[in-house]
Structure formats: structure tokens, C-alpha cells
Write a protein of this length. Structure first.
Length: 745
């Protein structure tokens, strides 16, 4: 099959229904002998979506002679030619490879030397003499780096042509090396699985720009995989009914597109995904294979840890140690707290759950200190007591409460920027006691990663509030292990004296019990302001202004919590309004990319894990510097991270957060709008989670009936299989043969 490469000049015909196109193209290259001496333009016909005028494409097919219109080219497939663009070269020169070369200097170099600047510099560094403030030392450095990275250069510049940030381009290059261009030209949808931080939409942008058609089987395969991922992450289920996935896929593929994709093709793609081990079909249910495997693996590891550890046989000895420790404290434990500590110290695996004011952190403190005294004969025992939590915010709160070193689970496991966990079953954690706080936030992936790195014989204490929202990611780890009835569980119900007088705590428990007929009266801690429609947003702004007037800091102390992103009182609009009202003085110091605009000193939220910079999904920071509308710096509690303009997709404004994103955090003041337009999200556990984020003040704004409706809507439990797999482990373990972890995979 031959090819014709050329620039699209204009469309002569395009059928919107079947995408049949006839275009006039200027030939730039071809291997068709019949066209070598042909006129510089040719008519190309074929089935493809609308191509960009003046963009260059390579068409594969054959020469045809039309009886009426003469010589034409019938294209069977095509690809877009993405060459070294000006913007790509500028981004390359301004990247971290070239120390001291910023965006403005890089732009001057390309303006002066053209798009062959890199070749000219590599050949003779003196071509840089006319660039302002270009020293001899800098000229030499640029040339040396170019020569050293000649092979890398073409791959990176090609990637930059897709509006990919230098950070992301390097991730892709790390994955594919000098084969990046060849691999992605063949199948850009590989990025979804191979490179952390690239989802379907970004891969699809690259695929369509290269020239993949809307009905290419590789694209359909990626769409199916994307939708299953999207459903899993949006609803938290670990599997989906086959018919629902098929319906979603057909709707997505045939939504406002020029081509219609047949049902048979989609079913065939799903069948091949199953054959290739990417998804698993089981009783009309479909799951991503790695999710299915992860749940099974987690079940096996949990039962291994629970069954293979030694229990403390002499409970009186444990009780004596606890009594001795209690005498050193300025308070006495309740019987409920003592029971929790004793079970945690006696049993190899213990779950402690309870709501606000029940003393969970006090119990952790007791467990840690008594365990230390019981095992102080072991060398470096203090280093073998590990406290961790799913997020940095939760870990910091735990450290402040216990005065013990704490860690995020990711950091504990040695997670790096390439998505690798250093600690696993082959290099397990060197611990004797592992305490995991805020376990309701732990999804099935993180739980599996953690427990596969735990040796048998380690004492495990899981702490959390099972009434809170489940994790952002798929699964409901804490709820499932409690409901399995296979582990030692202590449920705390006694609210301590300090919390009993709190209106906020009382409201939280009344929400759980459903014993609210009307909104509570105003107190020093709580107030409700009735409002509807557009008035809600205005009252939010006035409430924030009032909080600042009485001494609260908008960025450190106050948080608006909203369950949805869109609408007149959704997260996106409220964030924009707060930015405009309270940070307008910094409007002249701003940076924009796509539909996002940030001002200097804006409060921002990290949206993806970025372990190379020690910043993770859910971390909140402040923009401290904006450089030439090309780069910003964000301060995450002392950790200052730089972002290229094209990395701004990793951030959003954080004056208003989703209630899910607020988990693990507490705020002095919480402002929570509640409206009927939120109805799809309003449930008991969502309201409970939002209320329990407030330490000093809670202000609810909106419609009382919407709040009451949410209280009386039962929590919808996720569709997961962890409990089923745990039971399966028990059944298999009863077999006479030796059972290994591989049996549960």
C-alpha cells in the first residue's frame, strides 16, 4: 500500500452521516510513481472525520482514475503529521534540561533562529550571539545539552507539539524512551495504562490529532476501558453489569459524532478485552481485571495476617500493663475504651470504629504506649511502631494528637513518581505494630498495597468512622471488613463529656439516627440561614466576609463544602465568585490555561498524585509566585512545588471543596450550602461527613427541606466483592491441601 503526504487545502465534499470526504490536498511527499510528476495538488477521497485545514496528513491507499474527474487518491487510512512546532521547541528549550533558559529566552531563540534552531545550535553555538544576555558559558551549556540529548530531543519536541507539559513529556519518555514517537503513532491509547496521570481524554486528543478515526478498534477498546474506569471511580463500585457498560459505550461512541459504531463491533471489542485479560466477565458482571485481582489479593492478605499471628494468651498481663499506664495519665479510660485497647493488644487484627467525640485518638495513644512498654525489651521497638493514614492531612492530625511520628500510607510504602511501591511482599515493612487511622478513606487499591507489604505476625489496628463517606477510589474497605464478621471489631458509642455539649457533634449524631424534624436552633457553634436559588451564593460570600471580620483566615481556617461541581451554587461557580470577591487585588498577577485561571495567593487543590514533588491528590496549597504567565509555585505547608503552565490541569481552586475531598481534614469554620438542586447527592453519610469536618463553627445555608430530605435518604452501599472473596478464602482454607496466596488470585 502506497502513501500520499500533503497539506489539506479545502473540503470539496463531506457527508456528516457516514463521514465520506473529498478533499483537495497539496502533495509534500509520496511513494506513488504515478504522482511523482503529477501536479502539486490531488483530490483525496475516503471515510474520515473532518480534518484540520492547512494541517499535514499522510494518507495510505491507492491511485484511482475517475472517469469524470480524472486521477484521484482513494485513502483507506490516514495519520496526522506532527512535526517540530515552534511551541514544542520553545517548551523543550525552557524545560529543566537547560538550566537558566526561561520561556522568554527560549522564545527569542526560536524567533531568531527559526524551527531549525536546535540543529543550528548543535552545529555552531555562536548562532546564539544575537540573543540578549546570552553568555559564553550559557551558549556552551545549551550546545552540550543538545548534543548529549540528541536522541531524546526529537521525542520530547514531538510530544510537546501535543500541548503536553515538560513534566508529562518526561514521564512518557521514561516509559518508552526513543521509541516514544513510533509507539504512540501506532497506538496512543497505550498511554492510559502505561503512564500515570494520563487518562482517556488526553490520549484521545493525541490519537485524533495523529489521525486515528472515531471508529478505530483501538479507540473503541480504549473507550470501553475508559468508561469502566470512569464508572468505577465515579460510583466506587468494583464491578458493573455487562448490559449497563454496553449501553454506556454505545451512547458515548455515537454521541454527536460523524460515524455510527455498530453494536457487533463493540461486543467484539469487549470479548477481546476479556480474552486479553484486561476485563473479567463473571455472571453477567464485568470488572477491570486488575480491580478483580486486587480485591481477591486483599482478601487473601487480610486473612493471612489475621490467622497466622499469635494471640496474647494471658489477658491479665495486658490488663496489668494498661492499669499501670492509666495511672500515669491525667484521666481515666472508660470501660469501652479499655475494652478497645485490650482487644487491640490481645488480638492480631482489630478494627475500632466510632463517631466524633468517642475517643478514637485517645485509644490509639493508649495502644501505642502500652505496646511499647510491653515490648521495650526488643531492640529499636519504637522504630517498629508505625502510625499512618491515607492522606497527609489525616497523618498530620494523628501526629499532633499522639505526639508520635506518622506517615501517609504512600510514603510508608515508598511510592515513587513512576508509580512503583518499594515495599511489597518481597520487601515487607519492618514493623511490629501498625496503626491505620481514617481507614474509611482507604480504597481497595491502597488497602491491597498496604497489606501485601505486611508480614504475618504484625499486630494491625484499623481505626475509622464507618458512618462517613466511603473512599474516593473504588471499594468500601472499612465497611466491608466490619460487615464480613470475620475480624475483631469494637464499636465505640459513648460520647465523652467534652464533646457532649457540642451542638455540632449532637447534630452529627442526630443526622445518623434520623431524629430531626426541623433544623436546630442557632447556637454559638451552629447557625442555619434559609435561602434559595442565586441568593445562596451571595449569602456564602457574606458569611465568609463575616468570618474574616471576626478573625478567621479565609485560606487557613474557613472551608466551603459542596456536594456537586456544576450549577448556580456548585463548586466551580462558588470558587470563581470567592476568587473574584476576596482575591481580586491580585487579578493582574494571574496565569491561565484552558478554562482555568489562577491568581497570585489563590488557595488551590492538588488533583493527582505527584510523588516526585511529595504532593498528593487532595493536598491544599497557596500560590506564592507566578512567573511570566508560564510557571507558578505552590506552597503546600512548607513544600514549595513548581508547575509549568501546562500542568495547571493538576490543580483547581480550593476555596470550595467537594465533601469527599474534605475527608481526613478538620476546619475551624465550615460553610455548607444545601439545596434541592443537590438532590442526587444528598444522603445521610454525606451530610454527616460534612458536619463532622467543623471544629468550631458550622453554617448551613439553603433549603431546610433539602437538608431533611438528605437525612432520610439511606446511604447507597457500593457494589463490591471483598466480603465474598473473604468468605471464599475461609472455604478454601478448609481444604486438606496446602493453600497458598496464589490460590486466591
Amino acid at each position: 500500500m502506497g502513501y500520499v503526504q500533503g497539506t489539506v487545502e479545502k473540503y470539496l465534499f463531506h457527508n456528516e452521516e457516514d463521514a465520506y470526504s473529498v478533499i483537495l490536498t497539496t502533495i509534500t511527499d509520496t511513494d506513488e510513481e504515478a504522482l511523482l510528476y503529477f501536479k502539486p495538488t490531488i483530490v483525496i477521497r475516503g471515510f474520515f472525520p473532518r480534518l484540520d485545514i492547512h494541517a499535514e496528513y499522510r494518507f495510505h491507499g491507492e491511485v484511482k482514475e475517475h472517469e469524470k474527474y480524472g486521477i484521484q487518491y482513494e485513502a483507506l487510512r490516514f495519520e496526522r503529521i506532527v512535526d517540530m512546532t515552534k511551541d514544542g521547541i520553545i517548551d523543550y528549550l525552557a524545560s529543566d534540561l537547560f538550566t537558566g533558559v526561561g520561556p522568554k529566552t527560549a522564545e527569542r531563540i526560536v524567533d531568531e533562529l527559526g524551527t531549525d534552531a536546535l540543529d543550528r545550535i548543535a552545529e555552531n553555538k555562536d548562532v546564539l550571539d544575537d540573543i540578549p544576555r546570552m553568555t559564553e558559558e550559557k551558549k556552551t551549556m545549551i550546545q552540550d545539552v543538545l548534543l548529549e540529548n540528541r536522541q531524546m530531543e526529537s521525542s520530547l519536541v514531538w510530544l510537546y507539539g501535543f500541548d503536553i507539559s515538560p513534566r508529562m513529556a518526561m514521564r512518557i519518555y521514561d516509559a518508552y524512551g526513543n521509541d516514544s514517537k513510533a509507539i504512540l503513532t501506532e497506538n496512543p491509547y497505550r498511554l492510559i495504562e502505561d503512564v500515570d496521570g494520563i487518562g482517556f481524554k488526553r490520549a484521545d486528543e493525541i490519537g485524533l490529532k495523529i489521525g486515528f478515526s472515531f471508529d478505530d478498534p483501538l479507540r473503541i477498546r480504549a473507550v470501553v476501558y475508559f468508561l469502566l474506569n470512569e464508572y468505577m471511580n465515579r460510583y466506587g463500585d468494583t464491578y458493573l453489569a455487562y448490559d449497563r457498560l454496553f449501553e454506556y459505550t454505545m451512547r458515548y461512541l455515537n454521541n454527536d459524532q460523524d460515524m455510527y459504531v455498530s453494536e457487533d463491533i463493540v461486543r467484539d471489542v469487549i470479548r477481546k478485552l476479556n480474552e486479553d485479560g484486561k476485563v473479567i466477565l463473571d455472571n453477567d458482571h464485568i470488572a477491570l481485571y486488575h480491580v478483580h485481582l486486587t480485591e481477591k489479593r486483599l482478601a487473601g492478605d487480610l486473612m493471612r495476617i489475621n490467622e497466622e499471628a499469635d494471640r496474647v494468651s494471658d489477658e491479665s498481663e495486658v490488663k496489668a500493663y494498661l492499669d499501670d499506664f492509666e495511672h500515669t495519665m491525667p484521666f481515666s479510660y472508660t470501660e469501652e475504651q479499655k475494652e478497645a485497647i485490650l482487644i487491640a493488644l490481645r488480638e492480631p487484627f482489630c478494627v475500632i470504629t466510632g463517631g466524633p467525640g468517642t475517643g478514637k485518638t485517645t485509644i490509639i495513644d493508649g495502644i501505642v504506649h502500652v505496646f511499647y512498654v510491653m515490648h521495650e525489651h526488643i531492640e529499636d521497638i519504637l522504630d517498629k511502631i508505625t502510625l499512618c493514614a491515607p492522606t497527609g492531612k489525616a497523618a498530620k492530625r494523628l501526629q499532633e494528637a499522639t505526639d508520635m511520628p506518622t506517615s501517609t500510607i504512600h510514603r510508608l510504602l515508598g511510592y515513587d513518581y513512576q508509580g512503583i511501591y518499594k515495599k511489597d511482599e518481597h520487601d515487607p515493612l519492618d514493623v511490629k505494630l501498625l496503626v491505620v487511622d481514617e481507614a474509611s478513606m482507604m480504597d481497595v487499591f491502597l488497602a491491597s498495597r498496604l497489606f501485601r507489604a505486611v508480614k504475618s505476625g504484625v499486630k494491625i489496628v484499623i481505626v475509622g468512622d464507618h458512618n462517613q463517606l466511603p473512599s474516593v477510589g473504588p471499594g468500601q474497605f472499612l465497611y466491608d471488613i466490619i460487615s464480613s464478621d470475620l475480624f475483631n471489631v469494637v464499636t465505640l458509642s459513648h460520647v465523652h463529656r467534652q464533646a457532649k455539649g457540642s451542638t455540632i457533634v449532637s447534630l452529627a449524631y442526630n443526622v445518623l439516627s434520623g431524629e430531626i424534624e426541623r433544623m436546630p436552633s442557632k447556637t454559638d457553634e451552629f447557625s442555619f440561614i434559609g435561602a434559595t436559588g442565586l441568593k445562596v451564593a451571595d449569602i456564602i460570600l457574606r458569611t465568609l466576609n463575616r468570618a474574616m471580620t471576626v478573625g478567621y483566615d479565609l485560606k487557613k481556617d474557613v472551608q466551603v463544602l459542596i456536594p456537586i461541581y456544576k450549577g448556580v451554587a456548585g463548586i466551580d461557580r462558588i470558587n470563581a465568585m470567592i476568587q473574584a470577591r476576596f482575591n481580586a487585588k491580585n487579578k493582574d498577577f494571574s496565569i491561565s490555561f484552558g478554562d482555568k485561571t489562577f491568581y497570585l495567593y489563590d488557595k488551590v487543590l492538588q488533583l493527582v498524585n505527584q510523588p516526585e514533588d511529595d504532593v498528593m491528590n487532595g493536598d491544599i496549597g497557596i500560590i506564592t509566585d507566578i512567573l511570566e504567565d508560564k510557571e507558578i509555585s505552590v506552597d503546600f505547608s512548607g513544600n514549595v512545588v513548581r508547575y509549568d503552565k501546562k500542568d495547571l490541569d493538576n490543580l483547581s481552586l480550593a476555596y470550595a471543596l467537594s465533601i469527599h475531598k474534605s475527608q481526613g481534614s478538620e476546619f475551624s469554620v465550615v460553610v455548607m450550602p444545601v439545596m434541592r438542586s443537590y438532590a442526587i447527592m444528598l444522603r445521610k453519610n454525606l451530610l454527616y461527613t460534612a458536619i463532622t469536618r467543623a471544629k468550631e463553627k458550622l453554617v448551613i445555608i439553603g433549603e431546610e427541606e433539602a437538608f431533611l430530605m438528605g437525612i432520610h435518604r439511606d446511604n447507597s452501599r457500593r457494589k463490591t466483592r471483598l466480603v465474598e472473596f473473604l468468605q471464599d478464602v475461609i472455604e478454601r482454607s478448609g481444604d486438606e491441601k496446602q493453600v497458598t496466596i496464589e490460590d486466591f488470585m
